[in-house]
Design a protein around this ligand. Structure first.
Ligand code: AMP
Length: 345
């Protein structure tokens, strides 16, 4: 194994390529964007559309294994490639679609918000009756950072919807939002990063704190949820699972992503193994490392939009600043992050 192919070329791809290089691998990044941030960190870059089967075949022939930093890659062309893809197209098909992922979770005994699939205004009306109000209407695919989501209390609150798959979810009065990133090797070996606590601002992840301030019992439930899903999907690589904790101690799976996750960036500075290194280990058949936090508390803050213009204020002992090298800052765009470690006494 010498070369790892990576689909997607944003900051997650960049950090994956950097981790691969540190382990002695070459990387080949494939993405439709011109001049993406991961290209500079990779050995090779192909700019082509995810549906361009000829370009995909050439890319696949140049690498030993394919992994991804972006799960919303069309699955049909991937199924035609002979090179192993980790996580598999079958796992992608489920985690790309909110109804499929929640249906899988429920079938495994994992709780979620109550939900119903919606494909028409009539189905929305019925979903609101059965699930209850208020709720959140979401597109089933391609939504992120609160895009494609509407809080609704009556059917009239929904915007005019283009045809497509939607999900209506009951509104959860959660106490905390947490996530767990689990790594699973090609042979089924599992290692979990501990649960972390996530705070959002304007629907975008603002801070992640490790460890999450939750009981040992809830932490065990959250880890069980993430490993159960990773095993069911037979993930090789990473699975990041976002969960709500309710006041009465229920752990509800909200969303999962079969790739490195923003809530795992703290591991670059605050853990003996980063999520990116662990991902590369998992897809190349290397032994996984048992993660151990190296500070009492680790707080990762995203630098979003113009926040990158105030870097000096972050320069303090224990702070690690990571810039992604994006040329232009736009509102809501993740430009970098800062991790602050609080030492053990
Ligand atoms: P998602 O794209 O599903 O991760 O949702 C983005 C954010 O919206 C979540 O991190 C929550 O803060 C909030 N949210 C999503 N679904 C629900 C729900 N069913 N009830 C309450 N808040 C939600």
């Amino acid at each position: 194994m010498t070369t790892i192919g990576i689909l997607g070329a944003g900051q997650l791809g960049k950090m994956l390529a950097e981790a691969a290089a540190e382990l002695g691998f070459k990387t080949h990044v494939f993405a439709p964007d011109a001049d993406p941030v991961a290209a500079a960190a990779a050995t090779h870059f192909t700019q082509a559309d995810y549906e361009d089967i000829k370009a995909l075949q050439k890319f696949a022939a140049s690498v030993d294994v394919i992994t991804l930093e972006f799960e919303n890659v069309p699955v049909a062309p991937l199924k035609k490639l002979a090179t192993p893809i980790y996580p598999s197209p079958a796992a992608l098909e489920i985690s790309q679609h909110r109804v499929r992922e929640k249906t899988l979770a429920n079938s495994l005994g994992i709780e979620t918000a109550p939900f119903a699939a919606v494909r028409s205004p009539e189905e929305l009306r019925r979903a609101m009756e059965t699930v209850g109000v208020p709720g959140i209407l979401k597109t089933c695919t391609l939504g992120y950072d609160g895009k494609g989501q509407w809080k609704v209390a009556t059917p009239a609150d929904a915007p005019p919807l283009p045809p497509g798959d939607y999900i209506y979810e009951g509104f959860v009065q959660f106490d905390k939002e947490i996530s767990v990133i689990v790594a699973r090797g090609t042979g089924g070996e599992i290692q979990c990063f501990e649960p972390v606590e996530n705070m959002h601002r304007n629907h975008i992840l603002h801070t992640t704190t490790a460890p999450a301030n939750i009981s040992a019992e809830i932490a065990a439930k959250a880890i069980h949820t993430a490993t159960t899903l990773a095993n069911a999907l037979e993930v090789a690589g990473l699975l990041a699972v976002e969960m709500f904790i309710t006041r009465d101690g229920h752990v509800l799976m909200n969303e999962m992503a079969p790739r490195p996750h923003n809530s795992g960036h703290w591991t670059l500075d605050g853990c003996n193994v980063s999520q990116f290194e662990q991902a590369i280990r998992a897809v190349t058949g290397m032994k996984l490392i048992a993660p151990k936090r190296t500070a009492e508390k680790v707080v990762m803050t995203n630098l979003i939009g113009d926040e990158v213009n105030h870097l000096e204020s972050w320069k303090k002992p224990g702070a690690h600043i990571h810039m992604y090298g994006k040329k232009e800052s736009r509102p809501g765009r993740k430009m970098g992050h800062v991790t602050i470690l609080s030492p053990r006494d």
